[in-house]
Ligand binder design. Sequence first.
Ligand SMILES: NC(=O)c1ccc[n+]([C@@H]2O[C@H](COP(=O)([O-])OP(=O)(O)OC[C@H]3O[C@@H](n4cnc5c(N)ncnc54)[C@H](O)[C@@H]3O)[C@@H](O)[C@H]2O)c1
Length: 345
Amino acid sequence: MEESLLQTYLVTGGAGFIGSNMLHFLQRERPGVRTINLDALAYSGNLRNLDGLDGSRHRFVKGDICDRALVTELVGQCDGVLHFAAESHVDRSIQDSSPFIRTNVLGTQVILDVLLDAKRSGASKRMLYVSTDEVYGSLPLDRPDLKFTERTPIDPRSPYAASKAGGDLLCSAYAHTHGLDIVTTRCSNNLGPRQLTEKAIPLFVTNLLQGKQIPLYGDGLNVRDWLHVDDHCSAVLAVMERGRAGEVYNIGGDNERSNLELVRAILGIMGHGESMIRYVEDRLGHDRRYAIDATKMHEELGWRPTRSAWPDALESTIRWYRENEDWWRSNDHAKIGNSARSKKG
Ligand SMILES: NC(=O)c1ccc[n+]([C@@H]2O[C@H](COP(=O)([O-])OP(=O)(O)OC[C@H]3O[C@@H](n4cnc5c(N)ncnc54)[C@H](O)[C@@H]3O)[C@@H](O)[C@H]2O)c1
C-alpha cells in the first residue's frame, strides 16, 4: 500500500497502552495522517492516554468494535485500519474467557465483514491486525537455539492467546478466501509508558514506588522477549505501509530476559534488595519461554528496533512511572495483578 494514499487511519483500541502510543507515534512521524480512534473505554482504556494529541488530526469515538453499524460508518471515513482493540490480560482470560472471545474473535470478524462489504462496493482498504507472539505457544528453556518464525505452527496455550489466534486465523482466512488486503503482526512483550498497572513491569514498578513487594510467579525463570512500545509502533507502521498483503510479520527485539532477571534489574535501578521479592503460586498453564525471530522484518522491510536497548528501555519506562504517579494511581482500580498472584504455599 502506498504511504501517500493513506490519509486517515481508523485505529481501534487507541485509548489503551499500545494503541495510544501508536497515535502519539503517528502524530510525530506522519504529520499528514489523520486518525479516528474507536475505543469502548473498557477497564483498560483511558482518555488521559490521549492528552497531548493534536485534536485537528485525531478524533475519538467511544464505541464497540462489535457494533457493526458504527464500524461500517467509520470504515467509510478511513483509508485503512490499525486493529489494536482487544481484551489483553492473560490472568483475566483465565478467570473468564467470555469477553476475550467476544472482542478478540467476534469483534475482529465484524471488522473483517465490514471491510468485505467495502471491497464488494469497490472500496478495498488495508487492515493491519495486531496479533501476538503468544499465538505460537511456548518454547522450552533448554533449547535457546529455537525461536518463533512466521512458519511456526499456531499453538495457543491460554484463553487470551487462543482468542487472539482466532482473530489472527480469521484474518488469514478472509485474505485467502476473499482477497482482503490484510497484514498481520505478531509482536513480543512490550514495555513503555501508559501500560496498565495490572501488567508485569508497571505492577512491579508501582508496587516498589508504594513500598510494596513484587509478586513473582513460580520459580521466576519464565522468559519473555522485551521490546519498547515505540519500536512496536515503528514496526506496525512499516508493515502497514510496505508489508505484502496476506503476510504475517514477527516483531521482536532479540531481548530475552527471565522474569527473575527482569525483577533484579528493576530492583537494581530502583535501589531495592531481593527482600522485596515475594514468590507466589505460578500462573495456570504459564508459558515457559517466548522468543521471536524477526529476520523477515529486518530483511524485507529494513526495520530495526531503536528504543529497546537494555537496560535503557527499562530505565526510561521506570522513570515514566516515577514521573506520572497521578496517571497510574487513577488506573489502580483496574489492577488485578496482586490479587491474582496469590501467596505460594
Ligand atoms: N501488551 C503487549 O505486550 C502486547 C504484545 C503483543 C501484542 N499485543 C496486542 O496489542 C493490542 C493492544 O494491546 P494493549 O496492551 O495496548 O492492550 P490494552 O488492554 O492496554 O488496550 C486495549 C484497548 O482496547 C479497548 N477495547 C477493548 N475491548 C474493546 C471493544 N470491544 N471495542 C473497542 N475497544 C475495545 C480498551 O478499552 C483498551 O483501550 C492487543 O491486540 C494485544 O493483543 C500486546
